[in-house]
Design a protein around this ligand. Structure first.
Ligand code: C5P
Length: 230
């Protein structure tokens, strides 16, 4: 992908809000301080896909965090439909069959990001789900498979970024949540990085929700994060 020249594109604001009205108000308040918004399950199932199209029409970038996983044909056709929404990123789970189908269905500039192992999983959760490998090995294996299949980037925990980079090489995108500006409330995130540490770790885009959505001045927080990464 060509380099993203605007440093604001490195910040992705997670629109984890109850309804479209609240999301519209937040985007309005942030104004031109942010260019990129993530829409997850909560908003997607509450009118968020049409909202994503409106954001794209306004020149904003959107990240559809839908974490798709189904039989290949269904994933391919679903990704084809999502490609028409004008989104920039879409997530799928990093199963080889699912990733191949997503690559076959992507179009219109949509980039596919693979989620290796959900960061809520530890080794015991992976074993309970039937996996023989510990999480770190599973993350590395899936990141390598994603790169071989032609996936555009990986979503991973900040702490995994260096290991993922070793698997995918310099060209793939690394996108991470769990980012907190210095001094911010951690919420339920446990292992966090600051925006500056994320850049130093080779992370391309950071996903930040509550430090912005819950701020008295969300625009100022967005500006501070972008400045820290520039
Ligand atoms: O509010 P906060 O900055 O913690 O939000 C982070 C966003 O990234 C949320 O949308 C959350 O669902 C998402 N996310 C995460 N950890 C993961 C994967 C996604 O926090 N492992």
């Amino acid at each position: 992908m060509p380099p993203l020249l605007d440093p604001r594109d490195r910040l992705i604001v997670a629109l984890d809000l109850p309804d479209i009205g609240a999301a519209e108000r937040l985007v309005e308040r942030i104004g031109d301080a942010a260019t990129f918004y993530k829409i997850g399950y909560r908003l997607a199932y509450a009118g968020g896909l049409a909202f994503a199209e409106r954001l794209a029409a306004q020149g904003k970038k959107t990240f559809l965090d839908l974490k798709l996983h189904d039989i290949g044909n269904t994933v391919e056709e679903g990704v084809r439909s999502a490609s028409d929404l004008g989104a920039t990123f879409l997530t799928v789970h990093a199963y080889p069959q699912t990733m191949r189908a997503a690559v076959a269905g992507r179009g219109n500039g949509l980039k596919i990001l693979a989620v290796t192992v959900l960061t809520s999983y530890d080794d015991a959760d992976a074993a309970e789900a039937g996996y023989a490998l510990p999480v770190a090995a599973l993350v590395a294996q899936r990141a390598r498979q994603a790169a071989e299949i032609g996936i555009d980037g990986i979503v991973c925990a900040a702490a995994e970024a260096r290991a993922v980079r070793a698997q995918i090489g310099p060209a793939g995108l690394i996108v991470t949540p769990g980012i907190r500006p210095a001094g911010a409330d951690l919420g339920d995130q446990k292992r966090v990085m600051t925006p500056g540490q994320a850049r130093a770790a080779g992370i391309d885009h950071v996903v930040v929700g509550r430090p912005i959505t819950g701020a008295a001045d969300p625009r100022a927080v967005a500006e501070r994060i972008v400045a820290e990464m520039a």
